[in-house]
Design a protein around this ligand. Sequence first.
Ligand SMILES: NC(=[NH2+])NCCC[C@H](N)C(=O)O
Ligand SMILES: [Mn+2]
Length: 308
Amino acid sequence: MTPNDCILIGAPVDSGKRRAGCLMGPDALRTAGLAEALRELGHRVEDLGNLSPEPYSPDTEEGRLFRPNETAAWTARLRDAAEAAMERGLPIFLGGDHALSLGSVAGVARHAARIRRPQFVLWLDAHSDFHTPQTSGSGNLHGTPLGYVTGRSGFDGFAEITRPVPQENICLLGLRSVDEAERAALEESRIRRHDMREIDERGVARPLAEFLEHVAAQNGMLHVSLDVDFLDPAIAPAVGTTVPGGATMREGHLVMEMICDSRLMTSLDLVELNPFLDERGRTAHLLVELTASAMGRRVFDRPTRAYA
Ligand SMILES: NC(=[NH2+])NCCC[C@H](N)C(=O)O
Ligand SMILES: [Mn+2]
């Protein structure tokens, strides 16, 4: 793989849901050796440290939505950081919960519009995260990033989406938990979606290959958003919204290896890691390994390591 300029951007967003802990995600990913793994593959790595949200008026405990002001402030900061980082390399957003993708995707889409290339999004997740603040039953905004970046209405107080990602440019892979209101909206949408039932029947490679071919044919930019809960909780326990029946270790690696082979990925989110729920760092390590697969590590050059 040709060396990349990887830009690590810590985004300790924890306002997207009620269970705290994702704010420790960026440091867990660093501790698990993300930068070292990328350098070992020949990439240049710059770590920008952790961002903080723009100033905001504190959220009250009233209201249906959980911490909307804080999430809106993160969105503004991350959108600008993402757009700026795209000028210089391949940003990797170290989450933080999935609310960070309101900003990361909005920012990369603005950059793509500026260089006149279409933006595509591959969403690796158990959930579709296509709510609006109005349709969300939980009031947790980590369930809304795809609603926001496609330009659905109802995001009062959030930066206006100037460059919505076209629905047909989005592919959901790994679905197995979709709320009723999301299902209705998805069915009316042109978003591509492949649930675990389909992956069981057809394998993960065929639907992914179809999407990657489509991105390549359009000369697209590809943002990959990897939610820990895409993976089966048996191998990735460190997440607050586990859903049994997720991707296996090999399915996860195959997806990342195919992304690597396609040479299409231009930005990446690693989200929903809650180190408080991890078991001796195994989920953080798995995310590092998966990122390495996406960035050029081959299945046959995983060294055998003896841990003392
Ligand atoms: N990024 C996530 N883990 N999202 C989970 C969302 C769960 C549920 N659909 C909700 O809106 O509350
Ligand atoms: Mn998610």
